[in-house]
Write a protein that binds this ligand. Structure first.
Ligand code: SAH
Length: 256
């Protein structure tokens, strides 16, 4: 009798101990799936990755890793931070938007980037897309026509420790000749056709992705590859982006 009781006691202690071990193991594995434990948005970001990015067939491990890491909420105003991990664009001032996370993932994945690539982005906006690129490739150049946005993005990215992103205020219709040629070009504003300067600044075999078409309505997301000096294009989906202003529209708009 006594024997059995002691046996029971021992086994219940053992049971409690293994339950505790299991719990510790579980909480550890949850913790390691969520980087930056002190980031109050880490859990939301993880949900976004699972639901809107992996859940919509984005598979490139480098893209997933970058977007899991980058605190997207820092790229929007405080009062919008709660929505930073929802799958839609958000205003960033000057009538511009930070693109929807899925679109950032799709465009980045489509370029098939390699670590050693040099990438040009047209339309810095908040700087979020540039950060995603900088997590994946060696060097990122980004051109933004609205000076206030370019300056703000540059300061934010610097404060976050990004050293491989160069930003300039200017009309991206002309690309950024100084650092050409590029392995890949990503355009985040809609334009009727591929600007000749971008074709010229793309390496042979390089990839370009852009929303192409009538800038007032929907556009086609187009992926191009440069072959024998011209761009072979294929469309990926229908999208809606803000228009490329300046020379693309023949308005000669200034940079304020
Ligand atoms: N990539 C950005 C989203 C940008 S929205 C992000 O991650 O937040 C498109 C941006 O293109 C806007 O900031 C707009 O000002 C900019 N833009 C429009 N026309 C441009 C041009 N001709 N040259 C450079 N940038 C331009």
């Amino acid at each position: 009798m006594q024997q059995t009781k002691t046996g029971e006691n021992i086994s219940s202690v053992l049971l409690a101990l293994s339950a505790m071990q299991l719990w510790l193991l579980f909480s550890f594995s949850v913790a390691s799936a969520l980087p930056e434990q002190n980031d109050p948005f880490a859990a939301k970001r993880h949900v976004m990755i699972e639901r809107d990015i992996k859940g919509r067939n984005i598979k490139d491990p480098a893209v997933l890793k970058a977007m899991e890491k980058i605190p997207r909420h820092l790229f929007v105003d405080k009062q919008l931070q709660d929505q930073a991990y929802e799958d839609y664009p958000l205003p960033i001032g000057a009538e511009q938007t930070i693109s929807q996370p899925y679109m950032v993932a799709l465009m980045t994945q489509s370029l098939g980037l390699r670590k050693e690539d040099k990438v040009l982005e047209i339309g810095t906006g908040s700087g979020y897309q540039a950060a995603v690129l900088a997590e994946i490739v060696q060097q990122v150049y980004s051109v933004e026509i609205i000076k206030t946005l370019a300056v703000r993005a540059e300061e934010l990215l610097k404060s976050m420790g990004y050293r491989t992103i160069k930003i300039k205020t200017g009309d991206g219709y002309q690309g950024w000749k100084e650092y050409a040629p590029y392995d890949a070009i990503l355009v985040t504003c809609a334009v009727g056709s591929i600007p000749p300067a971008l074709t010229a600044q793309l390496k042979e075999g390089g990839r370009i992705i852009l929303p192409r078409g009538d800038t007032r309505f929907l556009q086609l997301l187009v992926l191009g590859v440069k072959k024998n000096g011209t761009i072979e294009q294929k469309s990926i989906s229908t999208v809606r982006f803000v228009p490329m202003v300046g020379e693309a529209q023949g308005t000669g708009r200034s940079s304020e």
